[in-house]
Ligand binder design. Sequence first.
Ligand code: C2E
Ligand code: MG
Ligand code: MG
Length: 709
Amino acid sequence: MKDEREAKLVADKIIEINLDSGTSTTLANDNEKYRIPVISNITKQVVLEILRDSIHPEDGSRYIAFWNESDMVERILESPNRVVTAEFRQKKLNGEWGWVRQELHLKDAKEEAIVLCRITDIDAEKKKDEELLLEIEKTRRIDRLTGLLRAKVFYREVDEFIANNSTENWAMIAVDLEHFKLFNDWYGWDAGDKYLMDVATRLNGVVTVLKGFAGYMGGDNYAIFIKHKPEFIGHMIKEIDEFIRADERRTGFLPNLGFYFLEAEEEATASTMYDRAVMALNTVKGNYSKRYGIYDKSMMLEIGREMQILTDVQRGIVEQEFVLYMQPQIHVSTGKISGAETLVRWKNKEKGMISPGVFIPILEKNGFITHLDKYIWEEVCKWQRSRLDRGLPLLPVSVNVSRVDVYAIDLVGCFIELTSKYDIPRSCIKIEITESTYAEDNEKIGKIAEALRDADFSVYLDDFGSGYSSLNMLKNVYVDAIKIDMQFLDMNETNAKKGESIMESVVNMARILRIPIIVEGAETEKQIQSLSSMGCRYVQGFYYYKPMPLDEFEQLLETKEVDYGGLQLKRVEQVHVRELVDESLYSDTMINNILGAVAFCDYHDGIVEVTSVNEQFYKVLQLEAEEFESFNAHINKYPEHLKLFQELFREAYANPVAGVQCNYKGRRPTGEEVRLHMRVFFLRETEGHQIFYIGFTDTAIHEIDVSTW
Ligand code: C2E
Ligand code: MG
Ligand code: MG
């Protein structure tokens, strides 16, 4: 490739000027781009003629100064490299403006009367420079990734707009993508960037239509300033929903919006408006059912309230208003107390008991929680020490760690120091880290959890299922147990099935990964039954005990059966049924033997119809294959049998995970008595047909008393 600079050296035109005679001659005019005056070769006249004819009016005065003959030599001698250079816009023969560079230098260093002028077309070069400048200006104004205004520029342009326009009915909207960092972690930076760009494109579309401003505020934050129409909020939410649905990976990472409506008489800068919109947005962060907040003045009051709480907390710690409550953890099948969780309570002098839900989020916001947490941890260690001193056995209990603690202090060092100070075994303190903390910085928290476990502290993953993580997350998390809060699953009557199946999936996944589970928030006997049939061994919930003051808890330990060994969280190898089915290691006959007698029933219009059975069915019921139809007829013929099945099916339908069980006494066609144990499970329902699974065991054969083993 020919060097560009070399190309530029080739002048289009060279003129020789004789200063003594005041005349000039064109020595070369290569491509005849520019007009050469023919009438005169008197330099002054030529210059004037070219000026009038073909120099851009804005460049005129510079042009005259450049061609001033009286100081030309002086200027040349004073210039770097003894070349005077200037650039002008000159009309080409085709009538278009083009940039030329003109350079004056002495023809011969010793001969000061003869000056040469080189004229070069620099149009292409100049255009490139202009484009570059424009590009630079643009990138300084526009964020490269999103194509939206950069924060500073956004503020400046909105402020300018406010100064010059009536801003009645305008709105500042803050947009934030929920848990965006996690999205990056899961799907990679490229997908994250694409998501950011897509949101930006949407917002740009909005401001183009409504003639407003859209800014990228960094991270996963955006702002738009637009004319506000009342129907707009609904429209915008709908837009976002459609947009999210286009890519299902984005479902957990919904944008949240905060609105600030500018009132006519109000004076506010763009950055204040944005701060207020963010304040409104923060009221809905983490709230999956409501995704936008509207600023109102009470939010400022809220900040005042938070400040008040903060000073109260400081005083409360000094005056020992914070106390420990304990909530026992129960081994479901033995009913023994096997552990407890320490929960803080604030006995405020004026306001009475305040729940942690009120003050913990505020303390987390400003980092003050760490003081409180360290105080609680120390109180727990003190309590364990006092039990040792009183000759009482130690029961391992867990304490909560806030996400802020993880960043603020050396967690491992802190727990080691506390347990050494009070000289208590590390195994009597378990550490709960919430799932949201894990989700925030999986790698960092993973390392801390590992270090804690290396130092012999057990680590529990608290509040699993509260919305941040997927089941897959469990594969990368090394903890001693996970805690699932039933309150996060909608377990009310209508949604019970869904809640239970979510719970079952988690339990299954945890089982495959061999991570033990503690279920929190179980309130009813039904829930306990269903949990125990899923294989959950430990429960902490109001069904057993509510959190109680420390002295009450100590009394309880005196009167109830306690397993001081703590939660037995050893990972017992458990067979996963699917492993049996998936791997073609087992023959049908073997699986049939494992399952025992099985029948599938179609229940419709009040009639029970056994549609298929396995080999074992005939064996256990001692039926011949041809008697199969008579079995069906038998059930439907006798009202008491039919009623029993109808009842079983109704209950199994209501308990899809646990199913129902019953003992059944009847007669074989031969008249012989039969005693069967039946387990019934609801499988699915289509067009009025409910399909059930029934497993039979002949109890006459299995009457062995295992209680004496
Ligand atoms: P968490 O650690 O998940 O604690 C379990 C919460 O569930 C407790 O609420 C407990 O009272 C409640 N709970 C237990 N069983 C049931 C039940 O059957 N039904 C219902 N509705 N609730 C049940 P609590 O004590 O209000 O604490 C709330 C949260 O505050 C805790 O959730 C924990 O995240 C935080 N917290 C409590 N104490 C501390 C502390 O000392 N430090 C820190 N950083 N956080 C704490
Ligand atoms: Mg907890
Ligand atoms: Mg919890």
